[in-house]
Design a protein around this ligand. Structure first.
Ligand code: MEV
Length: 439
């Protein structure tokens, strides 16, 4: 099909599926059946999922795994992780266990401030704009009272609003730069509602402000939106132990291991190509928890990578050092997470994940997530600097390859035994399966 589809959103779910199946697949019945096979038999539950987004035709599953034994600030956590990538959950669980026997993770929330901006254009005298802003600033607070009332009762609200002159970047460009405390909610709706009211207050007051000329009164609001860059909503996670205590299977020489590990982190600190992959490994863990707890992983990803580039070049989010025979490994991440509102109350499995974590506050969830990110980074660097990453990866990958074929339990056993002795690659597995089937 190579033509526009009109009125798609108006079709019923069954009609949408039919249209897709007929126009894009040779075997339309099979395509339709496949899509429907992912529906939940509980109609109410299916309807709930259908209504999360628009034009829903089915569900798209991600596995939900569990990484137990996360000892964080002296308390054990069993962490839910939603991810499609093999090895991620196993690596987190292994690193969690490793550090649980070495004092566990220590985490602290350094800040929880969120940011939103009203971007506007103003042609005129800067001092007059500043005087106008100083005069109307209290109105931004009073005119958002109906929006902020509940948040204030929970201890949050608008922290401050500043006028920022951005005319060096773009002619006539100014901002209302506002900071917020949103307690246990991620706060996107709250912040955006406040900002849209700020924009209205700004425009209506400007029109009535006697100090402005007619052109100055016509300041133009371009947009009002929160920022996903949250450099003051930061959590820190750290592990440490005596270098000698790092000894374990595959770490026969802990001094050499610690030295190589620190060098690997330093390479990520100075080399952006490596830093991106290094940080991707951290995000393997972070995103899995973010998704399982119904948070916005795109917002987290965008904010984290902006933070990694905050000094002007992209760098490692984690740091490692050896001092007086002690190995220290830590990271700091901007994590604007919520534990109330949004999917957290709507999605039954998300609710389950919050329950599994003991219904944490947003600050507790920030700490758990950062610990998982650090664990994931430790596991990756441990493999990379010792056995290499492929050994473990390919073992997990073997299962995924086998699952693409119809194999009996007996054949699966034979394949597993064979690949204990042979290198796993997609073609080697396919060849071996073909060889089994032809005998
Ligand atoms: C793979 O998903 C993640 C790693 O590449 C991370 C890293 O290289 O540090 C293993």
């Amino acid at each position: 099909m190579n033509e526009a589809i009109s009125g798609f959103s108006k079709l019923s779910k069954a009609e949408k599926i039919r249209l897709i199946a007929r126009n894009y697949f040779k075997d339309a019945d099979a395509a339709e059946a496949l899509v429907k096979s992912y529906w939940n038999s509980d109609e109410k539950l299916q309807q709930l999922h259908d209504e999360f987004i628009e034009n829903t035709i089915s569900n798209f599953y991600l596995p939900l795994g569990i990484a137990p034994n996360f000892l964080i600030n002296g308390r054990y956590h069993t962490v839910p992780m939603a991810t499609e990538e093999s090895s991620v959950v196993a690596a987190a669980a292994k690193a969690a266990k490793f550090w649980a026997s070495r004092g566990g993770f220590r985490t602290t929330v350094i800040g929880t401030e969120k940011i939103g901006q009203v971007h506007f254009l103003y042609t005129g005298d800067k001092d007059k704009l500043q005087a106008f802003f100083d005069k109307v600033k209290p109105d931004f607070f009073t005119e958002t009272q109906s929006i902020t009332k509940n948040m204030q009762q929970r201890g949050g609200g608008i922290l401050d609003i500043e006028l920022r002159d951005k005319t060096q970047l773009m002619p006539d460009y100014y901002q209302l730069h506002a900071t917020f405390e949103t307690k246990d909610s991620m706060g996107a709706n709250f912040i955006n509602s406040c900002l849209e009211q700020f924009a209205l207050t700004l425009k209506t007051n400007a029109l009535q402000y006697d100090g402005f000329s007619e052109t100055e009164k016509e300041l133009k609001v371009v947009m009002s939106i929160l920022s996903n860059y949250v450099p003051h909503c930061i959590v820190r996670a750290e592990v440490s132990c005596a270098v000698a205590d790092l000894r374990e299977k595959n770490i026969e020489n802990p001094e050499l291991f610690a030295e190589n590990f620190v060098q690997a982190v330093r390479i990520a600190a100075v080399e952006p190509f490596r830093a991106v992959t290094h940080n991707k490994g951290i995000m393997n863990g972070v995103d899995s928890v973010v998704v399982a707890t119904g948070n916005d992983f795109r917002a987290i990803e965008a904010g984290v990578h902006a933070y990694a580039a905050r000094k002007g070049s992209y760098t490692s989010l984690s740091e490692a050092r050896i001092e007086d025979g002690i190995f220290y490994f830590s990271l700091e991440l901007p994590l604007a997470l919520g534990t109330v509102g949004g999917l957290t109350t709507l999605h039954p499995l998300v609710k389950f994940c919050h329950g599994l974590l003991g219904n944490p506050s947003a600050q507790e969830l920030m700490q758990i997530t950062a610990a998982v990110g650090l664990a994931q980074n430790f596991a990756a660097l441990r493999s990379l600097t010792t056995t290499g990453i492929q050994q473990g990866h390919m073992k997990m990958h073997l299962n995924n390859i086998i699952n693409q074929f119809e194999v009996s339990a007996e054949e699966r056993e034979l394949i597993a035994t064979h690949f204990q002795q042979h290198a796993v690659s997609h073609s080697a597995v396919v060849d071996f399966i073909n060889h089994l089937k032809s005998n």
